[in-house]
Ligand binder design. Sequence first.
Ligand code: AHR
Length: 341
Amino acid sequence: MKKIIALLLAAAMMIVAAGCGGGQSASSGSGSSSGSGGKQITMGFSQIGAESEWRTANTESIKQAAKDAGINLQFSDAQQKQENQIKAIRSFIAQGVDIIAFVPIVETGWDTVLKEAKDAKIPVIVVDRDVKLSDDSLYVAKIGTDSVKEGNNVFKWIDEYMAKEKKTPRDGGSQYNVVILEGTVGSSVAIRRQEGFKDAMAKAADAGKYNILASQTGEFTRQKGQEVMESFLKSYGPKIDILFAHNDDMALGAIQAIEKAGLKPGKDITIISIDGVKGMFQAMIDGKANCTVECNPLQGPLLMETAKKILAGEKVEKLVYVDEGVFPADVAAKTLPERKY
Ligand code: AHR
């Protein structure tokens, strides 16, 4: 009888130990989320890097949301290289994670690796930026922002502002001259923000009032934004009326270049960019910038919720856009204290 009891106790202890130690390294969240097999969910996440204030907020949101959801996040930083993202995704597949999420640095070149994930029966969620694939069934859901709409909103705001302020072109001509700092070459956000801007401009009743003088990549960084703006100023100094930067960081770099050139950013040159980071709000409060069109980086909670639903076998929307607003300088002081990034 004693032997039977000892055997039963040993078996019970083994079951408890297996339940506690199953899966991979546990997240530090309060509770842990389980997939359909009952073990903690492991998500492999490939981030593109840390090129901007926005990206830092995006990474923090994803890490915090994973903790809160009790999801074990395997985080990989690609240092702005697609090849590193592909390597990371392959390593997630080899580890047998439950789900993969990634921010595609550029639109194309994902078919092969996503097919490998599909063959391994690991669902994929695309985050923030878009992908162009031959087969859209290679990912289950996309969570992000509407870049075409952001570009549209930039032009609409400029057009209303120039009319309201009764601005006259700096070179005495009949057109407002625009320079554009573009984001990472080949990224969906850079392509679509530009498309949205040009589209809205072409459709405007007063389209002829605008002339795009120059448009070049500033790679979404402050440093490059400053350098490219310096070269724009050298080539076209007194002609430039408007700067559209595809993100706030490049606009903040450009502001430094404009000041160095002895001009007043936000006054001599109207400045609008996309993101809505605190640094841009401060620049608007200081009178050095005019508007930011929001691109919401706080995508973590929706990502984790979507991952859980997918793994629970629930149907999810293929495409979900997060909410975004437009913030001109006159609301900056009131809004800054409420900003979360
Ligand atoms: O993909 C979103 C863009 O990437 C943000 O506008 C920019 O700041 C970031 O680096």
